[in-house]
Design a protein around this ligand. Structure first.
Ligand code: ATP
Length: 208
């Protein structure tokens, strides 16, 4: 269980989050909505420990993780996919997957490719030679190779073709069916209708 209480975040003197509190329970899909600049990315980054200066409580599996380095949060099970994907352009699809792998690489890879079958036919292609949507799938797939226990996804369906949006939604719903808890930021309402809960940020505050 992920618990965030009274989270505040600042970029320099500018406050970006104001007393945000939320929870993601085991198996839950929580969608975080909000307009451009509402603070969605800031919130996910704060949970991962890579963003702005923060105060407040962030707890995961009953541990207060606010002071933990990002890699320790990842090792504890938080898997994060940034909006800008952050793939290794000079590596192939398969190398991108394996570079992140933990545990049983082959078993993980088989599981991940079952979720994203479109990647199977492009394992030897450079990630820079994929469409935006394919890259987005690879970014989620690569994070899954780390065997996370909770996913933080920043706009996974943004700016990709309708067919690939559908593939992404199917993959995320399959993950949900397997019990993977997820906190997904999105501006459109693609996943919102399939979510257990939808929360909305307005100018850095959660709307009641
Ligand atoms: P988008 O969908 O456009 O990314 P968002 O809801 O994710 O929007 P954030 O990117 O979290 O919103 O931005 C929240 C606020 O913090 C905005 O006012 C933004 O200008 C500001 N901000 C974000 N990143 C930085 C940064 N690195 N330095 C300074 N201010 C920032």
């Amino acid at each position: 269980m992920l618990v965030v209480k009274n989270l505040k975040a600042w970029y320099g003197a500018a406050q970006a989050l104001f007393d945000v509190s939320l929870q993601v329970a085991p198996g839950e899909l929580v969608v975080l909505q909000g307009l451009n600049g509402a603070g969605k990315s800031t919130l996910l980054q704060a949970i991962m420990g890579i963003g702005p200066r923060v105060s407040g409580l962030i707890s995961y599996q009953n541990n207060s993780i606010s002071a933990w380095e990002p890699h320790r949060r990842a090792q504890a099970g938080l898997g994060y996919v940034a909006e800008d994907r952050r793939l290794f352009a000079a590596l192939t699809v398969q190398e991108n997957l394996r570079v992140a792998a933990r545990g049983d690489v082959q078993a993980n890879e088989a599981r991940v490719l079952d979720l994203f079958p479109a990647l199977k036919s492009m394992l030897r292609r450079l990630s820079s030679q994929m469409s935006g949507g394919e890259q987005q799938m690879l970014a989620v797939a690569r994070t899954l190779m780390t065997a996370p226990k909770l996913l933080l996804l920043d706009e996974p369906c943004e700016g990709i073709s309708p067919v690939l949006v559908e593939s992404m939604v199917q993959a995320l719903l399959a993950l949900k069916a397997q019990g993977m808890p997820m906190l997904v930021a999105e501006q459109n309402s693609i996943l919102a209708e399939r979510a257990d809960r939808v929360i909305t940020l307005v100018a850095g505050q959660l709307k009641a």
